[in-house]
Design a binder for this molecule. Structure first.
Ligand SMILES: [Zn+2]
Length: 377
């Protein structure tokens, strides 16, 4: 049985599904496996990107409140990283399996496939739904698209939702989000000998940056009462600035990009709106502000039935917070109550020689089987 889950992980790692690359071969393989297991499989192509899709696979009586298992099919790039093995050939070394995505999060996929193979299709009294997404690593884009689609078309999901990100089998019920925003200040170009004829966009942007810094200071004073989080305030970063063409031209355009991390439970746009309120009046007519990407935070209440079920398998009984964002923030918009819990460690994710201990992978098969049986059978 151990060999079967290792073989599945090897097959999964061999699909080089780096975000921004085609994902359809992996999706087709997973869809086939799910169909063979008796699941109904629906494919959701990304709008305008035929090489990308998310999958929803379900089994058991539709509309009954069983369980959602969710994960992302994409992985982060390996370019420039000092791997000691081929990242897309699963390699065993010292009790670990090395490969891109082994921990984040194809190990969970392999464990899920093997766990489901142990449960007969007619054993389900409540619905089990698999939600497999694309482009999670570049801003949870697949889950955002899926949620928008489902909101328009209407489809009910079970409330309990397990996101199998690598947590070393610790239950995490919250995480901050991430919002990227852009401010564009325009001006009027002129020869630098006559600055009085121009309007300097960089000088305008500098005042916006100063306003943003003051907002960041204020945010750092507004500490939330969230003991699970070490630094319970909104992290805020003025990240890039671009402007000007030549030393002897008054610049007519300057672009500032800012990122911030809404706390668990905080609406994604609140900080954006506060910054827009602080744009100086004279700059308003020549400033545009917009949100580029938005990954919502997650805050799931304590004491859900899934938490109780996962607690039986948790290696630590402290229910905590993830430092990273997941698809859970988007899925929560559908009324789901996601918890993050899975094999492998986030500390090796995204790193060269990413790996998962074989023992954790094998254990994950038992864990997923038990959690599914308790929720659905
Ligand atoms: Zn991940």
């Amino acid at each position: 049985m151990a060999q079967a889950v290792v073989d599945d992980l090897a097959r999964l790692v061999a699909f080089p599904t780096v975000s921004s690359r085609p994902l359809t071969e992996l999706a087709a393989w997973l869809a086939r496996r799910c169909t063979d297991l008796g699941f109904r499989v629906e494919r959701f192509p990304a709008p305008g990107e035929p090489d990308k899709c998310s999958l929803i696979a379900s089994i058991g009586p539709p509309g009954t409140n069983g369980l959602v298992l969710s994960g992302h099919m994409d992985v982060v790039p390996v370019v420039g990283q000092p791997w000691t093995t081929d990242p897309f050939i699963l390699t065993e070394r010292d009790g670990n399996l090395l490969g891109r995505g082994s921990a984040d999060m194809k190990g969970f996929f392999a464990a899920t496939l093997q766990a489901l193979a142990r449960i007969p299709p007619d054993a389900y009294r409540r619905e089990l739904v698999l939600v497999w997404t694309h482009d999670e690593e570049i801003g949870c884009l697949g889950s955002a698209q899926l949620v928008e689609h489902v909101t328009q078309t209407g489809r009910s999901f079970p409330t309990a939702c397990l996101i199998g990100e690598p947590t070393d089998f610790q239950v995490l019920r919250m995480h901050p989000g991430h919002v990227a925003m852009e401010l564009v200040v325009t001006g009027r170009a002129a020869h630098s000998s006559r600055p009085d004829l121009g309007l300097n966009a960089i000088e305008g942007a500098a005042r916006l940056v100063a306003a943003a810094s003051r907002l960041a200071d204020d945010l750092s004073q507004e500490q939330a009462d969230i003991p699970e989080i070490d630094r319970p305030w909104v992290a805020f970063n003025v990240a890039t600035i671009e402007g000007g063409n030549a030393i002897n031209i008054v610049p007519d355009r300057c672009v500032v990009r800012i990122g911030y991390r809404p706390l668990p439970g905080m609406h994604s746009d609140t900080v954006f709106e506060r910054l827009v309120d602080r744009i100086p009046d004279d700059l308003r007519p020549r400033t545009t502000a917009r949100i580029l990407t938005r990954t919502p935070s997650l805050l799931t209440e304590r004491g859900t039935p899934l938490e109780d079920s996962l607690a039986r398998h948790a290696l630590t009984h402290h229910v905590g917070a993830a430092s990273f964002a997941t698809d859970g923030g988007n899925l929560a918009k559908l009324g789901l109550k996601p918890l993050v819990f899975g094999p492998g460690s986030i500390t090796v994710a995204h790193q060269p020689d990413e790996h998962i201990p074989i023992g954790q992978l094998v254990r994950a098969v038992d864990v997923v089987e038990d959690v599914v049986r308790r929720a659905c059978c």
